[in-house]
Every structure is written in C-alpha cells, then in structure tokens.
Design a protein around this ligand. Structure first.
Ligand code: ADP
Length: 473
C-alpha cells in the first residue's frame, strides 16, 4: 500500500509539472505570435523606431521575466531587451531553419528557462520551394510543399524557476504527507498485528482445553462477529457431542444393569441352595428351573443387543429381494397364534390387496414379529389383535392394532428408546428387555420407511408401518 502511495504520488507530481510547463510554453508561444503580427503591422523591421512597440516589447519581457530578441531577415538583431546583443548578428542553426521555413518554430527547455523561437511571417511572400513538383499540373495539396521565408525571428527566453520552485514545494509537501501516512500505516499495522489475533489466540487456548476432554464446558470468547459466529457453531457441535456422549453413557449403564439383573438373581438362587443342608430334590429342581430362566433371559438380552449392533453396522449390507408380503405376514401370525391362543386372544389378518415389495426379509420379519408379539404381550386376556396390509403405487402399509393396555401419551415418544419400558414389572413378567421397539424402528429406517404409534391407555394401541415398495439405496 505504501509503495503504491509513493508511486502514485510521483506520477501525480510529474504529470502536474509537465502540464504546467506545457501551459506556460503555449502561453509564451501565443504571445510571441501576437508580437510577430504587431512587428509586421508596425513595419518594425524597416524603421525600428516605433517607440510604442519598443516599449510594449520591453514591458512584455518584464511581465514574462525574460528576454526578447528580434532578428530581421538579414540575421541582424534589431531588438534585444537586454540590449547586450543589439545590432549584432545571430547565425544559429535554429534561427536559420526558422528563417527559411524549414521548421515552423522551436522550443528548447533548459535547466532554468525555456527558449522559444517563432517566425515573423508575411503571408504574401512565398520565396522558396523545398520539394518542387515533378508535374506542372499537380496542385500544392497533392505533393508540392512551398515554404514561406520569414521576415525575421522572435526569440523569447523565459525563466521557469517559479515552476521548479512549485515542484520543489510539492515534493517537500509530498514527503511530509508520505511520512505522516507511513506513520499512520505503521500504527494501523501494529494494531492489526496485535489486536486482531488476540481473540484467535484465546480461542485456540480454549479449544486446546476442550480437546483435553472438557467437552461439557461451552466456549466463551469475546471478539468480532465472525469469531463469535464460529464459537456459536462450535458450541452447537459440542452440545451434540455431549448429547451423544450422555446417551452412550446411559446405554452402557443400562446394558450393565440389564446384564447384571439375571446374574444377581442366579447368584441369590445358587447361594440359597448352597447355605442350606439337605435341600429337598424338588426345591433343587425349582431353583434350577429359575436359574435356567435367568440364563434364557441373559441370553435374550445379549442376542437382542447383538441384533441392534448388527442393524447399525449392516446398513449397507441389506439383502434386498422381492418378497410377497401377504405370505410373510401369514407365516409370522401362524407362529404367534398358539401363544395368543393360550390367553384366548384372537389374531386376525386382513389383506386389502396382494403386495410384493423389495425388502430384506429377515430384518423386516424381525420388526413385524416384535410388533405382533407386543400386541399379544401387552393385551388383555380374551382380547384381539388385528393386522392389516394395504398398499398404493409407492408404499405398502402394515397396521397392527390391539385391544391391550395402551401406552400413556407421555411415554409414547420414549418406547422406541433402548431399554425403555412403560411398566418394568409387567415387561419383566413377559420376558421383555425394552430393546424390541428399538430393533423394530432401526429395521424400518434401514428400508427408508416410517413407524407411527396411536394409543389410548385402557383401550389399545395401533402401530402403523410404511415401507417403500421399491428399495432405493
Ligand atoms: P419390551 O421387550 O419391554 O416389550 P419393547 O421395546 O418392545 O420392549 O417395548 C417397549 C415398551 O413399550 C414395553 O415395555 C411396553 O411397555 C410398551 N409397549 C410396546 N408395545 C406395546 C403395545 N402393543 N401395547 C402396550 N404397550 C406396549
């Protein structure tokens, strides 16, 4: 910036100097031309005694702060305002060329003054032909250059010291401004160098602190809008990481708790057998049956957990094929009906149309089985379960409605969370571990489908599942 400022300053100064010099020269030239006309008009060349004109020439030389010399056609100096060369002869090449009309005028810029020469021309005299025409019929405009011989030459030498003084003054002014601007630029750069990076340094320090593991403390850094925007976004990311971390911790603690419960029961059962002596065989059998149940329970939790993990991992490994959904649901219901029959629950299947869809049969069977099993598990004795299948040109819809205990409204969002159970005791009785609906939802989401639930406590629950007929990866 500073270099550009210096360069533009120099260009400005030079062009100003050239412009004022050009203006001064053209002024002097026009004054010399006027003088040349007056000299001719007053017949000054012959008489040289026109006092008025003499005085005017002296005055003009005074005004211009210079010297005026008039040379006649014989190269004799008939007027020198300095009188030093009066009546002497001037035989310089420039004067000669102007006299012969070879050059229209001459301007020389010396160190401290300019020398301007203009011819005194009488428009009637044409004396020499520089390039004579080769054909008498050709006009002047076509090639002949006729030159007028001058009646004399006016030489005007004018000082340009004032222009140089202005130049020097401007340079001095320029230097002062450069110094001032440089100082301001320096202060400004120092401010930028020290003030701007400060919030960034603070931010970096705090980020390092967060990277050491303090994810729960939001960043607070004061600075310009851009920095506070970055910090806001970072805090949002931090919030999401924290939520994930919390749910991970909650999941780990739930898993530990769920896995520990059957082990604790087994330990209690085993200990109570061990502390007693002469335990009757029936009691052994009864306790061992309970221990076997707890082992089954433990096994189910581990199997479900593995299914969940596999569903998360195998998002890209779906085994998609065209499956007749009516047949699939019929088969699932056939397996469940004997369990339902034990509690006198009627299981009805209603198919509005035949549906063939591109699905992963194993994973979606798991999802539907969970929903239908729940409809039986959380039903009342002598109740009913109705499974309906319908489709349009894009999706197929499966509705599983039951006449069971229902789900309170404030729990409806959470039932899809891992290990969430509305009534822990009842769920435990029926062998539930709170993982079924998580597995179901994951399997449906893998098929780009959706699941919704409508329920009224005491009246029943309806789950509706929507799956695309054609799988788009
Ligand atoms: P669980 O293994 O305990 O059944 P799920 O994830 O399948 O776990 O279900 C979570 C909870 O949602 C259940 O504990 C139960 O309280 C409730 N629930 C699920 N389906 C139904 C239903 N059809 N009717 C009433 N409650 C249900």
């Amino acid at each position: 910036m500073f270099i550009m400022m210096v360069i533009s300053g120099l260009i400005l100064q030079t062009s100003y100097h050239n412009q004022s010099l050009r203006f001064r020269i053209s002024q002097i030239q026009s004054q010399c031309n006027i003088l040349a006309a007056q000299v001719l008009l007053n017949d000054f060349m012959i008489s040289n005694a026109t006092d008025n004109l003499n005085t005017e020439i002296d005055q003009l030389a005074n005004v211009l702060e210079g010297r005026i010399i008039i040379v006649d056609s014989e190269y004799r100096i008939i007027k020198d305002t300095y009188t030093i060369e009066q009546d002497k002869y001037m035989m310089s090449n420039d004067v000669h060329d102007i006299m012969l009309g070879k050059t229209p005028n001459s301007t020389k810029i010396m160190n401290q003054y300019v020398e301007i020469m203009v011819p005194i021309l009488d428009s009637s005299t044409v004396t020499s032909t520089i390039e004579p025409s080769t054909s008498s019929t050709r006009s002047n405009a076509e090639g002949t250059e006729e030159q007028k011989k001058a009646q004399g030459v006016i030489i005007c030498m004018v000082s340009i010291r004032d222009l140089q003084e202005t130049d020097t003054y401007m340079k001095a002014q320029g230097r002062t401004w450069y110094a001032l601007f440089s100082f301001i630029a320096l202060i400004f750069s120092l401010l930028l160098a020290f003030v701007l990076p400060r919030p960034l340094k603070v931010l970096n320090r705090k980020l390092q602190y967060v990277s050491e593991g303090h994810l729960d403390e939001p960043l607070e850094v004061e600075g310009n809008t851009e920095i506070t925007d970055v910090i806001d976004t970072f805090n949002q990311i931090l919030g999401k990481i924290q939520t994930l971390e919390n749910s991970r911790q909650e999941f780990v603690s739930n898993v530990s708790h769920e896995l520990k419960t059957p082990i604790t029961s087994m330990k209690v059962l085993a200990d109570s057998l061990l502390v007693q002596e002469d335990v009757p065989a029936e009691m052994y059998r009864e306790f061992m049956t309970d221990i076997a149940d707890e082992i089954d329970r433990e096994n189910k939790i581990i199997t479900d957990l593995l299914t969940l993990v596999r569903l998360d991992k195998q998002a890209l490994n779906l085994n998609i094929e065209a499956v007749k959904i009516n047949e699939l649901l019929e088969l699932l219901l056939k397996r469940i009906r004997p369990i339902a029959a034990k509690r006198n629950i009627e299981v009805v299947f209603e198919s509005v149309r035949e549906v063939v869809a591109e699905i992963d049969e194993v994973k979606l069977s798991l999802a539907f089985t969970n929903l239908i099993e729940n409809a039986v598990k959380y039903n009342v004795d002598g109740g009913w379960v109705q499974v309906t299948l319908d489709a349009d040109h894009k999706f197929f819809y499966v509705k599983i409605a039951d006449s069971g205990v229902g789900i309170p409204e404030d729990c409806q969002e959470q039932v899809f969370e891992r290990f969430y159970r509305v009534d822990k005791a009842r769920s435990r009785e029926t062998g539930g571990n709170g993982l079924g609906l998580s597995i179901t939802r994951n399997a449906i989401l893998l098929h780009k489908g959706a699941i919704k639930l409508y329920s009224k406590p005491g009246e029943g629950t309806t789950f509706t599942v929507r799956i695309p007929l054609i799988y788009i990866s």
